[in-house]
Design a binder for this molecule. Structure first.
Ligand SMILES: [Zn+2]
Length: 336
């Protein structure tokens, strides 16, 4: 795929002046911050991209966003895929069981080992623990940046009354059934209120995270929870790899947030951050090492790292997570 899709876009313009003051889309502060020059690395599509790092909150924002951003989300893009039905059924049943059995049960240990940690089961388990509810029965959930709705499908047996996804990069709106649909479009296409809102590695794809958090606050029920999973730029991996950090992911990632930025945004829009789960894994090293060698992610199958390297990166990721230096985290926000 890397070959036939190569260089689809040479139209993105290089910025004329890299030394001017720029406004941070996260905290609105104007500064002349560090510039990161990098390239599209996931598919090897070509193009040079620049990010500006805000001097106040440390977040990065893309300077030269391409006009035809949809071209960077081919149909093979991860969130557009849906598992085959039988696999979905297995996950759906495991999900239901996971939330019923005791925290120390063998079943949970097996699932955690198979799916890695933290996994979707653990995330929802944590959400339930942090919420005022004892189950998801009759609750509503919105998935911002849902792709085709894979996560919402997996929630099928948990009792949700309403499941809605929204995503600007899918082909068209998908109506699974009366209470389960995926809207193509901007978050403002969403109607109604929700008990749970999740943004699973999607806020970094928006040029305006303030708009998303502001809107989420407007449509969340008082007892609800808003969960944001996102890469973090104030991480060991970014310090080590810089422009080769796998989670820069230009031009799909339009902003990369820092922990400080998430606190600023939460407070500005009347949310409390009640829990942070650092959930980086060895892919922060695998991807970044590939990029450092000038390769792209589509070549990963042809390139083998040693078992020792992979184990070391896994252990290092666990250690970074415990020190709050992992390159991604899950923020659980409560409305105040
Ligand atoms: Zn800022």
């Amino acid at each position: 795929m890397a070959y036939y899709m190569q260089q689809i876009d040479k139209s993105n313009k290089e910025p004329n002046d890299l030394t001017i003051k720029r406004k941070c889309p996260i905290c609105n502060y104007y500064s002349i911050g560090q510039i990161i020059k990098t390239r599209e690395n996931m598919f090897g599509l070509g193009g040079t991209f620049y990010y500006h790092i805000c001097k106040r909150c440390g977040s990065a924002a893309i300077i030269n966003k391409p006009e035809n951003l949809e071209k960077y989300y081919p149909e093979t893009y991860l969130s557009k895929k849906i598992y085959p039905k039988y696999k979905n059924l297995i996950v759906m049943f495991l999900f239901k069981l996971y939330l019923i059995v005791s925290p120390n049960s063998t079943l949970r240990k097996i699932i955690d080992k198979r799916f890695g940690t933290p996994n979707i089961f653990q995330i929802f388990n944590n959400m339930l623990k942090e919420s005022k509810f004892t189950s998801f029965n009759n609750k509503s959930i919105l998935d911002i940046g849902s792709g085709a709705g894979q996560w919402l499908i997996w929630l099928s047996l948990l009792g949700f009354k309403k499941r809605v996804g929204v995503d600007p990069f899918i082909k068209s709106t998908i109506q699974y059934n009366r209470n389960f649909k995926i809207l193509k479009g901007d978050i403002k296409a969403v109607k109604g209120k929700f008990d749970f809102i999740i943004s699973n590695h999607s806020i970094e794809h928006s040029q305006n995270p303030q708009k998303i958090i502001k809107f989420a606050r407007k449509i969340i029920n008082n007892n609800g929870l808003f969960v944001i999973r996102t890469p973090l730029i104030d991480s060991y991996a970014f310090k080590k790899y810089g422009s080769n950090w796998v989670d820069l992911d230009p031009p799909r990632h339009l902003v990369l947030l820092s922990k400080k930025a998430l606190y600023l945004l939460a407070s500005k829009f009347n949310f409390d951050i009640v829990k942070i789960i650092y959930d980086s894994n060895e892919s922060q090293f695998i991807g970044s090492e590939l990029y450092k060698m000038g390769l792209n992610l589509s070549l990963i199958k042809d390139f083998k790292f040693t078992d020792k390297q992979l184990l070391n990166w896994k252990l290092l990721s666990d250690s970074l997570n415990s020190k709050e230096e992992g390159d991604q985290a899950c923020f659980i926000l409560k409305p105040i």
